[in-house]
Design a protein around this ligand. Structure first.
Ligand SMILES: Cc1cc2nc3c(=O)[nH]c(=O)nc-3n(C[C@H](O)[C@H](O)[C@H](O)COP(=O)(O)O)c2cc1C
Length: 317
């Protein structure tokens, strides 16, 4: 495949590993990049030294492009950017904040940047600030989502209609059908988090992975609706927080501490586990090395099935 997102990222396939706080570290990022996608490390929750060492670890494991996601509202965003520059990162993704404040330094370092957005207004501002592309995160996605709760299906084509820069779809994509649907909407790439949670290499506890692969269509819920909405798996802890409507006050949701969502010693009942609605589609753990090649193979056969369907609709053979 060749399109603007492949060119920006320097990869064969426009499939991005969604950054996941304290989960997508050096090993996962390198494994995704090795299979032709774009692996990235989430800077969120990492000390500067740990970020540097995870980036170096990924560098040791692959020569292919890797990136880092920097949440811009955090006080150490500039420091994370300087570390990315020092390590020679060529593409970063940014989220939760104004990319305009950082764009001069990003440009000066010759880095490309994709910014995560959840509304058209946010995307228009990001384009005006000079980012190279946007990642449209829909309501279905795991982890923090936009307050306005716009779905991927609605957000992506609205962005494609008004932006000149390319759009990546995130939220609800877990297989070739999702990728093709995103491309039909005009996206030039996809970002997946939940699909990679269900991978053998993902460093979350087994109980978390088990819940991902046994999840049904309604196994997630939204917490923190007023402040920072976050989609998590339903369990005792999330249902209790949801009932008492104290989500904003729960320090596990504020993302301001350096804690993992899954506390050490936590279990399937007491942990908060971010996860997207697409978990209902994921029924087995796969190796990261299999996920992208299988998806791309499936894209080929699905594309020819689709053209047969459309020829059938037009009454042609
Ligand atoms: C466990 C988990 C943690 C996440 N942490 C972050 C994060 O630290 N920063 C961020 O920008 N997005 C985060 N996300 C969102 C993902 O990067 C990605 O955009 C999202 O998972 C895509 O939707 P999907 O879950 O339907 O694939 C997280 C998602 C999950 C499931």
């Amino acid at each position: 495949m060749k399109n603007r997102i492949c060119e920006i990222l320097g990869v064969a396939y426009p499939i991005i590993l969604g950054p996941m706080r304290l989960i997508t570290l050096g090993e996962m990022a390198a494994a995704v990049s090795e299979s032709g996608g774009f692996g990235q490390i989430a800077a969120s929750g990492l000390s500067p030294d740990r970020l540097r060492s995870e980036l170096m670890k990924a560098r040791d494991l692959t020569n292919r492009p890797i990136g880092v996601n920097i949440p811009l509202y955090r006080p150490n965003a500039s420091e994370a950017l300087e570390i990315a520059i020092e390590v020679g990162i060529k593409v970063i993704t940014t989220s939760a904040g104004n990319p305009g404040k950082f764009i001069d330094r990003i440009r000066e370092a010759g880095i490309k940047v994709l910014h995560k957005v959840s509304t058209v207004d946010m995307a228009v501002k990001a384009e005006a600030a000079g980012v190279d592309g946007v990642i449209a995160t829909g309501f279905e996605a795991g982890g923090h989502i936009g307050r306005e709760q716009v779905t991927t299906l609605c957000l992506v084509p609205q962005l494609v209609d008004v932006l000149r820069i390319p759009v990546v779809a995130a939220g609800g994509i877990g297989d070739a059908r999702g990728l093709l649907a995103a491309f039909a909407l005009g996206a030039e790439g996809v970002e997946m988090g939940t699909r990679f949670l269900g991978s053998s290499e993902c460093p979350v506890p087994d109980f978390f992975k088990e819940l991902v692969i046994t999840a049904k269509s309604d196994s997630t819920l939204l917490l923190g609706k007023g402040a920072m909405p976050i989609r998590v798996l339903k369990n005792k802890a999330s249902m209790m927080i949801s009932r008492t409507d104290k989500a904003q006050e729960d320090d596990r949701l504020t993302a301001s501490g350096d804690k993992s969502y899954v506390q050490s010693g936590g279990d399937a009942d007491s942990s908060l586990m971010p996860c997207g609605q697409v978990a209902g589609l994921i029924t087995e753990l796969k190796n990261i090395g299999e996920i992208i090649p299988e998806m791309m193979k499936e894209v080929e056969s699905l594309s020819s099935q689709l053209s047969t369907i459309f020829l059938g609709i037009k009454g042609e053979k």
